[in-house]
Design a binder for this molecule. Structure first.
Ligand code: SF4
Ligand code: SF4
Length: 307
């Protein structure tokens, strides 16, 4: 084992064949745990660092296997025949998920070693070679399990894999600096420059984030700036002009990328028993083109949109 490593990290997904998270074809390793609470987040299962149960009530076929499997008897059927799950007492032991035949109960988050992750991502080495791709650590916030992530980057580099880190950068500076020393590419998220608006949207100040973007810019690692573009949050000219001005003061972003809001993650909130705000809008391509014009000579890329 490598010195100083945390032996295992909590990972909630390993997703193959991504074309959007760094150069070439990539495998994304999604770390669980995030210290922001962006209300549009499409991966709310990434928020808590520990494994947890997702309950997809509509898939339940009423077999009752989970009722006896749970040592705490947290699954019951009420007098109206509805399945009731007492989530707040759950220890995430996974016994109910193991017996559920319909996929209604899923244990999300698994403690994995570096060797297990290397084995999983190595399946796609031929695709990385053909496309100049590699592995992207994402989340959640991968740098909250910082020592593990840094050691994983180091081992992947030893294996000749191209590595990238997607981060919201609300992390200690020494962790960022060590990760930047081991990674080939960073995808650095920025949502808003105005601190008050940032707090309202994410629950935290952006002071450390903005400082860390400036720090990343000075560290020599290649990076891009990623902007989740959320209707009513940061798709107005004022917010984007501030971001464009901030990025104009940086030396090295390779490109800027808009990630327009999409609704894919909305149903997950119900499965986790988490409340969410509704009626968030997806900016159109036309709106994105207009906002991209604020960035002067910097290349602006954008993923799917409303039209
Ligand atoms: S994960 Fe364990 S404690 Fe939680 S509901 Fe399932 S069986 Fe019960
Ligand atoms: S085991 Fe799955 S399908 Fe059966 S009652 Fe429990 S949740 Fe429903």
């Amino acid at each position: 084992m490598i010195d100083g490593s945390e032996e295992r990290a909590c990972v909630f997904d390993i997703q193959r064949m991504s074309l959007h998270d760094g150069p070439g074809i990539r495998t994304n390793v999604f770390f669980k745990g995030c210290n922001l609470r962006c209300f549009w987040c499409h991966n709310p299962e990434s928020w808590r660092r520990e494994p947890e149960i997702q309950f997809f009530g509509l898939k339940c076929i009423g077999c009752g296997f989970c009722l006896s499997a749970c040592p705490l008897r947290l699954h019951t059927i009420n007098t109206e025949g509805a399945h009731v799950f007492e989530r707040e007492k759950c220890t995430a032991c996974g016994k109910c998920a193991a017996v559920c035949p319909s996929g209604s109960i899923v244990l999300t988050g698994r403690m994995m070693t570096i060797d297990e992750i290397i084995a999983a991502v190595s399946r796609d080495i031929p695709f990385y070679k053909k496309s100049d791709g590699g592995v992207t650590l994402s989340g959640g916030e991968p740098l909250l399990q910082g020592k593990f992530a840094i050691n994983l980057l180091r081992v992947m580099r030893k294996h000749g894999l191209h590595t990238a880190v997607e981060s919201a950068l609300n992390v200690p500076e020494d962790i960022l600096e060590s990760a930047a020393g081991q990674a080939d590419f960073f995808l650095a998220d920025i949502k808003l420059v105005d601190e008050k608006r940032h707090r309202e949207a994410t629950g935290i100040s952006n002071k450390r984030i903005l400082e860390n973007i400036v720090r990343l810019d000075s560290l020599g690692v290649e990076y891009c700036l990623r902007i989740p573009l959320i209707g009513g949050v940061n798709d107005d000219g004022e917010a984007m002009t501030e971001i464009a001005k901030f990025s104009g003061g940086l030396k090295r972003p390779k490109y800027v990328e808009f990630l327009p809001y999409h609704k894919f993650g909305e149903a997950k909130y119900i499965t986790l028993g988490v409340e969410r705000k509704t009626n968030l809008a997806t900016p159109s391509k036309e709106e994105m083109r207009t906002l991209a014009g604020l960035f002067g000579g910097v290349e602006v890329r954008y993923q799917g949109s409303a039209d």
